[in-house]
Each structure stands twice: as C-alpha cells, then as structure tokens.
Design a protein. Sequence first.
Length: 160
Amino acid sequence: MQPTQNPPADLDVTPADVLRCAARYLHRHGFHQGDMFASTTILTPPACAQGAVKMAICGNPYANYTLGQAALFDLTMTVLAEHLGMPCYWDTDPFMDKEPATAAEWVADWNDDRDRTAEQVITAMTATANDWDHIRLVITSLAISAADDPDGDRTQDGAQ
C-alpha cells in the first residue's frame, strides 16, 4: 500500500502500521519542521512527524479526519510520544515553557527541535512500530497460553 492510499475500512490498522507508512512517507517526500506540511500546493508535500502520520492515515494533507481516523491518530501519537520518553504526567512541556501538552503537541515539539533530523524521526517511528509489534505478540502469546490453561495449574514447561 502506498503511504497516501486509504486503507480498506474493515482492515485492522495498528499504530505500528501507521508509523511504518509515515516513516516511508518522510523518506520519499521529505522532512519538514514548523508546520504539518511544507507546502499547501502539492499533493505529497514534505511533512513533520504529525503530517506524515496524517498522510499515512488519511492519504491527503487536506482531508478532515473521520472519528475512527482521529482516534487512530491520537493513539499513534500517544504510542510515539511514550516511546520517545514523554512522561505519563508532566508539569510543563519539555521543549517549551507552557501548559501541559497533548501527546500530539509533545511529538510536534520534539519534531521541531532545531537539531532534529529526518533520519532521527524515521528511526524513532520504525523503532516504535517494532516495539508495538513485539508487545502485541507477547500479549497475544500470553492470552493463548491462558486460554490453553484456564485453571493456571501448569508451569511454563507444561508440567503439572
């Protein structure tokens, strides 16, 4: 799937899927700071981290989010922000002296740090996606193990 295509409605898209598409988008179309997109006159403008995630979810810099897309955007920004080290509770934004920020604002401030590079953003998105998949695999494995042993009377090696 191209980073600018809309996924089918019945597809279970995860933050990992979105982050990989967003990283690919940045690699192909360029990195931007200071706003979501570098231009409002081209269909695939260079983007910041948020803009790349929007392109991965909506496929269009001008699209309005549906409720489902907005929820996926918020979840993806939260997962990325937590991977980058956003504290669960913080008094001020770590990059600017202002009131507490949303995860999306925190990611935007991280993206806009003057020393930030495209490679750092792409690497962070890819690493976050890999972590998400790993955690999901572990949780799924634990759920399967629990379903196979509902009484919890087996050890890990299967002995009783």
